[in-house]
Ligand binder design. Sequence first.
Ligand code: SF4
Ligand code: SF4
Length: 373
Amino acid sequence: MIREKMREALSRCTECGQCEQFCSIFLTMGEHSAQQKLKIIGELLEGRELTDEEIDSVFLCTKCEACQEVCPQEIPTIEIFDWARHTIQSKYGFRNKKQQILVQNILHYGNPFGETKSRLLDASAPPEKIVHQGEDIPPSSTLLHLGCMLAYRFADMRDDLLEIFNLLEIDYTLLEEEKCCGYFIWNTGDHHSAEKVIQENARIFDPYDRIICACAGCYTFFKQNYPHPEKFYHNIEIISEKLKELNLAPLMKKGEHHCVIFHDSCHLTRPHGIIEPPREVLRQIGYELEEFPLSGKEGLCCGADGGMRIVNPELALTMGNARLNQLKEHQDLPFLTLCPFCIFNFRECVSEEEPWKIGSLYQYIKEYLQKAL
Ligand code: SF4
Ligand code: SF4
């Protein structure tokens, strides 16, 4: 966004405070709302030096988009925050060593963890579905993009998803050398390095007509920052459609009630309106939902995203606990979500003594299909 447009957008803020009502950071700490950030960014825009506290405040944000969703002045807060992070990174450098290492790992190894082994090591994908480096002709025009969290940290979730695709006979290709989407880098403000990753991936994606994403964060980044956003889908959209076509019956016996909690990922709800598909799937396979007091577009963030785990992991956990506490009386129910990053943060929030079982929807869909088909 050019500076004049930015000034105009900032000048529209009436300080009404609406953006505070659904901001997980503000609700947890009583500060760092979008309204407060915009004031700091106004100073940055006019060339004033920022203090360390002001810079931290800009980065203390999960980019959940709640402020943008509710702002009556339609201020594009996320675009403004991205500009500010980039400007700060260019002017003052990385916020901490962890950000720097993360960027280096992605540029050198293609993932934020510095893993050197293949993403598909031990994966349950049929070998004919895997495209190896240097092979030009993909077996399918649909690419299944796993993302770094599923590939390296949640092998069970990855294999459940692959099994669902196999059971539903959804055609796909997997890249042996799949690389990070660049979202982690983008959130540090180092847009120059992120652009390199985008260009490289866009070239690799070129032969595919459809790219199905397993990670909500990758999905949003692809949709918002890559060429041909119309090619990208989240897997739950595809799975939900396929289940509707099959019209299978739930396996629960009449009178049986099985209930789960479902936590919406911010990256699916506010930017893309993906709220009903996971609920439709759960209902179709026979589960009832215990909804949060605030869910869908109003749902609170898990606390992990937007680079929060890197700049302030303690605060990420405080926010995660605040979300869990909203349904504390139901902690005996399975707590499901679709985003590996939400699972990662929530699992760290929960102590061994607590009965919470944080997991993915994929396990439930897979187990249902194995019996129903
Ligand atoms: S909701 Fe919009 S106008 Fe109101 S304080 Fe927040 S950013 Fe400003
Ligand atoms: S994007 Fe989310 S966390 Fe960041 S300021 Fe807006 S509401 Fe708060």
